[in-house]
Write a protein that binds this ligand. Structure first.
Ligand SMILES: Nc1ncnc2c1ncn2[C@@H]1O[C@H](COP(=O)(O)OP(=O)(O)OP(=O)(O)O)[C@@H](O)[C@H]1O
Ligand code: NI
Length: 307
């Protein structure tokens, strides 16, 4: 059952460029994605493709210079700002990419305790500290006293103890050792097994494949494919989008072939399919308009030539 649905989301930033000219950068466009209860979706895609902005839109914490169109629904209801403010931190929780999201003036123990909803606050905090190898003395510390890796373990702990319906984890693993990464994998899976929906944003395709049920592939501000994890095998013959295939084949354990060219910038998007300028299958039709979503073999793809 769908718990969170993002429909036709577009987000642009207005910025002043040289000579006080106002520029509108569309960093997300025509984006659809949904999260089901009990499911983990990993969002992969290169740096700057708009993944964190999607997370911030879902949490209703976009910066003031952002304009958003489209809708985000929770449990079948389109969210308003007020509704989101009530759900944030309880029903919809973020593991932010930046540790700056911790309250600088609050001790870590109390901060983690504020996230507990269903259990005894102190016991739950102590138990999660043990799981994430946070020494009891960390309870008394302030965020500035933590190392990067410790802060990230605190952020993951906060999301896990919240037992929220929707958990959006934005790059939860950098700086964590392999044991803690395994702990995070098992925590996210347990949350999903208990009915939560989890979205994990990551650069790490291996981590995504181990953890998730589905992979949503981001390119230049939109989702170009959503594929079940089982489709990632061999030379990517079951994958649908040329970019997903190229990402897969670029992995060291596969062909290790880098993708030629670079992702277009938000203020310089080509017409039509954003991947067309780098795509060996592109035809002139690809540059006319963004390909509509197609369902093929149980996955979604935006590519005119996908079969
Ligand atoms: N406040 C802002 N004003 C203007 N542009 C912004 C702002 N915040 C982000 N952007 C732009 O939005 C785009 C998407 O950024 P985002 O942080 O979502 O990328 P990302 O996919 O999360 O990248 P990474 O993998 O490096 O975390 C970038 O081009 C970035 O420059
Ligand atoms: Ni990001």
């Amino acid at each position: 059952m769908t718990i969170l649905e993002v429909r036709d989301l577009s987000i642009s930033f207005s910025q002043y460029s040289k000579g006080l000219r106002q520029e509108n950068n569309q960093v997300i466009h025509n984006l659809n994605v949904s999260l089901n209860k009990g499911e983990i979706v990993a969002v992969v895609g290169s740096s700057g493709s708009g993944k964190s902005i999607l997370a911030h839109a879902i949490l209703g914490i976009l910066p003031g210079n952002a304009t958003m169109t489209g809708s985000i629904s929770f449990d079948g209801q389109v969210l308003t700002k007020e509704m989101l403010a009530n759900l944030r931190g309880h029903e919809i929780v973020l593991v932010p990419q930046s540790v700056k999201f911790l309250d600088p003036l609050m001790r870590i123990g109390s901060q983690v305790q504020t996230s507990v909803r269903k259990q005894n606050v102190v016991t739950a905090q102590k138990k999660i500290f043990e799981k994430y190898k946070l020494h009891p003395l960390v309870e008394k510390l302030y965020p500035f006293q933590l190392s990067g890796g410790m802060a990230r373990r605190v952020l993951v702990s906060m999301a896990v103890v919240s037992e929220a319906s929707v958990i959006i984890a934005d790059e939860p693993t950098p700086g964590l050792d392999s044991e803690v990464i395994k702990e995070a994998e098992s925590s996210f899976r347990k949350l999903a097994d208990n009915g939560s929906a989890v979205m994990v944003i990551t650069h790490d395709i291996d981590f995504a494949l181990k953890l998730a049920d589905k992979i949503a592939v981001f390119y230049a501000g939109t989702v170009v494919e959503i594929a079940p994890v089982r489709d990632f095998f061999g030379r990517g013959e079951n994958l649908r989008h040329p970019y997903t295939k190229a990402l897969w084949r670029a992995l060291p354990q596969n062909d290790f072939i880098p993708i030629k060219g670079s992702q277009p910038l938000a203020n310089d998007l080509p017409n039509g399919c954003p991947f067309a300028p780098r795509c060996e299958h592109a035809t002139s039709d690809c540059s006319k308009e963004l390909p509509a979503e197609k369902m093929i073999r149980g996955g979604m793809v935006r590519c005119l030539h996908a079969t």
